[in-house]
Ligand binder design. Structure first.
Ligand code: NOJ
Length: 559
């Protein structure tokens, strides 16, 4: 079997002033589901180190590592009990140092997840708060309040948890009486910090430094739009409805408050104390790109996820608009635009792009969902969407497994589900487990080679042998080879620092632009479209007789 010839130059070594993050392709590793070296069915840091050669071969510039810190794992590690230590399920600090060193030796940078909005309820600070008095300095690190109603038995306000149900839980005081309530925008095991408290601010400077000292290249900042709440914690009016992380509403009293920016200016100064270009990337779900651009002004963060792009349906006019808006709004504040189609919180794009209904972020899809998308259409569109995305100027984020064309796993058995969303909504929202199923590496191995045993913390579909990396390695038409080819061409042509010029003369449901010497054409319509005479550099699907089929994208050389 012949493979396309792809020369993948190594990424440039870390060098101060290179601002690598402006054009980088950053690959998200969700450690529980990437590769399991210990055999307990949960991925770990040694598993990542063992597979770094695959990532180098893929041609990425950096890794974003989702949480691996000490944690009771109530929200898959986004409930941190010790921010500067590694959870035994993932390994040790020495494993982390080894992974970081090996990645750097391969020219791959590593940014780690920082979770500053909330800790685990097992964090020593929260445990101290529970045994301390109302009004004590220990309680003042979190958001404890008296309840409403005669006996204080109603929550302090009407806020809803992102995972469903009230955002408040009442504690029992040390003397056994029903006591105050604490705020948790997520699970009850994730109490929110009070960011007005200087002690919290100082603790996070220490946490940033503990990882910067170990050599990480930056941070992806969890819930970067939620740290500051409106003074007095007023009711949300009108009450929130189907809004999840905030992408759909601008005025919740806990999303996007002005005061949050001072925190990131402070962190920017902490990063500037270090050599090299360390970067901050905001996870901020906001209604518009202009609002999101506020997080990446010159003295704040360096990047923000472009969730407006991720949430845009497979529609040419809407995509043209969000791309145009992004390439205006982010550069206007001196930042690159980012692009992203999948992550561990959303329905994988190989499924989502064939859906006919918009599902709010985090709700997921399951066997009883009315919209059951066609997997063939989904994969075809996903390949076209990625082909379009990787030509865009700026930085792109990939989510592990998308290079294999993995779909969302829709038919997970109810008893296998682990997302707190599923439990907090009594099963009415499926949640995010379907995009977190462990990666198939080897077609003919137990657990598809995820680990040395057949164990896997979420069950893998029996159909995944053909999607495994080993199966695709020998197929030049595979999604794996499509990603490798796109990434190599993108790097060789420096498309990340390119400019985009829209091309006229195509039907309305076609996206066509030029970036440097490359013309990109994506057909989102239902009829084939004639291509100009040019050399095809890469295409997301078969292109015959000079015609571009529906749901297909192509890069042409117009030199
Ligand atoms: C966003 C993370 O990406 C998600 O997985 C997590 O559940 C919430 N923040 C809470 O930390």
């Amino acid at each position: 079997m012949t493979h396309p010839t792809v020369h993948v130059p190594a990424a440039a070594p870390s060098r101060p002033g290179s601002e690598w993050w402006r054009t980088a392709v950053i690959y998200q590793i969700y450690p529980r589901s990437f590769a399991d070296a210990s055999g307990d069915g949960i991925g770990d840091l040694r598993g990542i180190t063992d597979r770094l050669a695959h990532l180098q071969e893929l041609g990425i510039d950096a890794i974003w590592l989702s949480p691996f810190y000490r944690s009771p794992q109530r929200d898959a590690g986004y409930d941190v009990s010790d921010y500067c230590d590694v959870d035994p399920v993932f390994g040790t600090l020495a494993d982390m140092d080894r992974m970081l060193g090996d990645a750097h030796a391969r020219g791959i940078r590593v940014i780690v997840d920082l979770v500053p909005n909330h800790s685990s309820d097992q964090h020593v600070w929260f445990q101290e708060a529970l045994t301390a008095e109302p009004g004590s300095p220990e309680r003042a690190r979190y958001l404890f309040r008296d309840g409403r109603g005669v006996d204080g038995d109603e929550p302090p306000n009407n806020w809803e948890s992102v995972f469903g149900g009230p955002a408040w839980t009442r504690v029992t005081e040390p003397d056994g009486t029903p006591g105050q309530w604490y705020l948790h925008l997520f699970d009850a095991s994730q109490p929110d910090f009070d960011w007005a408290n200087p002690e919290v601010q100082e603790e996070f400077r220490r946490i940033l430094r503990c990882w910067l000292d170990r050599g990480v290249d930056g941070f992806r900042v969890d819930v970067a739009h939620g740290l500051v709440k409106t003074d007095g914690l007023p009711d949300h009016l009108p009450p929130l409805d189907a809004d999840s992380m905030g992408g759909g509403s601008g005025d919740a009293p806990y999303w996007g408050q002005d005061g949050v920016h001072e925190i990131f200016r402070d962190w920017n100064r902490v990063l500037a104390e270090y050599d090299g270009d360390r970067a901050l990337c905001a996870e901020a779900w906001l209604p518009t790109v202009d609002q999101t651009a506020l997080w990446v002004r010159p003295d704040e963060m360096h990047q923000a996820f472009n969730f407006s792009y991720l949430m845009t349906p497979w529609d040419a006019a809407q995509l043209r608009e969000v791309i145009t808006e992004s390439l205006r709004a982010y550069p206007a504040v001196g930042a690159p635009s980012t692009w992203v189609l999948s992550n561990h919180d959303v329905i994988r794009h190989a499924t989502r792009l064939a859906m006919t209904t918009a599902v709010p972020q985090g709700y997921g899809i399951g066997p009883a969902s009315p919209d059951q998308p066609d997997p063939v259409v989904g994969l075809r569109r996903a390949r076209a969407a990625t082909t379009l995305m990787l030509a865009l100027p700026g930085s792109a984020y990939l989510y592990q497994g998308e290079e294999l064309g993995l779909p969302e796993v829709i038919d997970l058995p109810d008893e296998a589900r682990q997302d707190p969303t599923w439990f907090r909504t009594g099963g009415t929202r499926y949640g995010r487990d379907g995009c977190r199923v462990p990666i198939p590496w080897q077609a003919d191995a137990p657990g598809y080679g995820f680990g040395p045993s057949e164990r896997s913390w979420l069950p893998q579909p029996t159909s995944w042998a053909r999607l495994s990396r080993s199966a695709q390695e020998h197929d030049p038409d595979s999604t794996l080879w499509l990603y490798r080819t796109l990434l190599a061409l993108r790097r060789n042509a420096s498309l990340g620092s390119g400019t985009l010029t829209w091309l006229d003369g195509y039907p309305a449901d076609v996206i066509a632009f030029r970036t440097d010497e490359i013309t990109v054409i994506a057909n989102l319509g239902s009829e084939p479209v004639a291509l100009p005479t040019a050399t095809v550099l890469v295409s997301s699907g078969p292109v015959d007789g000079g015609m571009l089929p529906p749901d297909t994208a192509v890069w042409l050389s117009v030199r």
